[in-house]
Design a protein around this ligand. Structure first.
Ligand code: COA
Length: 146
């Protein structure tokens, strides 16, 4: 069974390890500890049998939620965990009366784009050469919240 809870300090080492597994330019462990003190940030952690298998974060600024990261452990993908995390973020954003959720995603990241499209995110723009590791463009996607 998958549970989703808010991130606590004891989750951070596992989250940072997962971040390294999932991203070419990972956030540091300290960056996640710092997020615990960031009043604008909310992080959701998906666990299976007590083990962290996914996480997602959002920053709420001026009525809009900017999704910072979404990741699922490679061994646990295509089982609906990414969807569960997005649903948790959408529910929280609605409760906070945010107008919009936005995010950036690599042009080549078809899996993530598929996940976001499933939840009504649409492309609204492009950030040219946004990712410094390979100069890849970012697609900006947004979901208006009614
Ligand atoms: C993107 C990611 C979070 C998806 O997590 P997941 O738990 O596998 O997602 P789900 O099982 O909930 O899949 C939801 C939908 O996403 C799409 N999707 C997920 N993986 C996909 C893939 N490999 N190829 C195509 N579409 C995919 C599908 O539409 C899927 O719906 P379906 O299973 O009904 O077809 C995961 O692949 C991941 O951690 N990737 C590495 C980190 C990353 O790129 N994060 C996003 C940064 S913007």
């Amino acid at each position: 069974m998958i549970t989703v809870t808010n991130m606590t300090a004891s989750d951070v080492p596992e989250i940072a390890a997962l971040e390294k597994m999932c991203f070419t330019v990972p956030w540091s462990e300290q960056a996640f500890y710092d997020e615990l003190d960031n009043k604008l940030a909310e992080y959701f952690v998906a666990k299976s049998g007590g083990k962290v298998v996914g996480y997602a974060g959002v920053w709420s600024v001026s009525g809009e939620g900017g999704i910072t990261n979404v990741a699922v452990h490679p061994d646990y993908r295509r089982r609906g965990i990414g969807s569960t995390l997005i649903e948790a973020m959408i529910k929280s954003a609605r409760a906070e009366k945010l107008d919009l959720l936005t995010l950036e995603v690599r042009k080549s990241n078809i899996a993530a784009q598929g996940l976001y499209e499933k939840y009504g995110f649409v492309p609204i723009g492009l950030r040219k050469r946004y990712y410094s590791d390979n100069d890849e463009d970012a697609i900006i996607m947004a979901k208006p919240l009614e």
